[in-house]
Design a protein around this ligand. Sequence first.
Ligand code: SF4
Length: 500
Amino acid sequence: MSGAIDIISSTIEQKTLNSCNSIIAAFFTGKNIRMNSAKEELFPTFTLKIEVNTKVPNAFEIRIMENNQVFFCQVIDFRTNGLPLPGKEPFFQILLKRAIYIFLTEFTGEVLPWGILSGIRPGKLILRMQDLGLNKETQARILTELYMVSEEKANLLRTINEIQRPYLLKIKERPDLVSVFLTIPFCPSRCFYCSFPSTQLSVKNRGLFQNYLDALYQEVKLTGEMMKELGLKADSIYIGGGTPTILNATELEMLFQVILKNIKMDDQIEYTVEAGRPDTIDYAKLIILKNYQVNRLSINPQSMQEQTLRKIGRNHLVTDVLKCYGLARELSDWVINMDLILGLPGEGPNEIRDSVEKVLTLRPDNLTVHALALKKGSIAWDENYEHSSCQNWLGIQSEVAQQIKSAGLNPYYLYRQKYIVGNLENVGYALEGKECRYNMAIIEEQQNIIGLGAGATSKILKGNSGHINIYNPIDLKHYLKGFREVHLKRKRVLREEHGF
Ligand code: SF4
């Protein structure tokens, strides 16, 4: 097969055909998918021809050809026994994707665990089905028969939905509660897989760093005034990055003071700080976090293999993770999350199993297992890093899930990304009652989120249908100039959508 695949049709409009690109690409990793670009009568390249069948009612005819010779052809019935359509996507488009999926599964022998479900937030489909009042049996059929999701993934979605339900119900009852996210887009070094526009902090850019902090304090102040005016309180505050703990103790204390002075917090505030890099944590900083009521901490090893940490550009050792975790545990009873990544360079089942075991020995309250996603702007992308194709990623992920569940942690949120290893997903696990409200709010998009700092996104709900994203400039200098304007927009949209 050549490096390109042409997709052609004379009966399906271009836009609908284009929507199937990601499904086809998932079966032909690394191939260039060209939509309707083969203009000639003869098709010298590998070609997928998809037509609405004119002889058989309610059916597509799909064939695979090369050099104009057909070597696999199927007629696929597109009736779905009256299953209702839960999403906004046109029904015909879903049926087309489903037919292509069935055809390519037959042709390649491969099964995709998420079927034709290509969105980042599959949990929202369950929420939509619940809003439509569909019973559990119909929901299960829609997932497995219409979207072709595997039983295992459908069960995972159901488990997560059951854990999330009480939190999401509470969120609906309290529209005056919002999540506030602040970002510190600076890091001590660049991780191999990172596409986040984080700046490496150095002596040279100290001035810019201070200007950034000053602007962020201003933005917090404006937000506090706005929240007071609109009668809003913070349900959760999440300081993420970048690496927030790159701030020294004095800077950290200043940031917390500004937040405390300006942002009105709910009594049950969930207050999280990403202390992602263990090498940026020390006793003095942890004491400050504790004094300012931080009750959740993220200490992220990503891997517990020394050689992997070196390969991915983390400037810390496994012992730094252990020291940092031990110190944090000694100082407070905060909820501690740890992150691991599946698919890091040079890692297979043995290394992954070992890292999961080592992390579980520490008994974290939350464990988030990411699957490596290749993203533009990362060192991995620039170096044309390819996921290892010889691993049974689905099997490894299931094994890891079992290991974690045996330690008493249950899956409570998940999201997917493009170009992710093994077509898997990122899953957050938690001990019962220790789930992170902010993570659920942002992934399921059920609460107003006010994002502060360069590159932060605010999500303002639009009544019962969708939300409006408002973006802060990513570039630091643009942020310094533009944050006031974004603030005014955010305030106007909050007023318009919620009548605050
Ligand atoms: S710590 Fe996070 S934000 Fe910073 S470089 Fe690594 S992945 Fe990117």
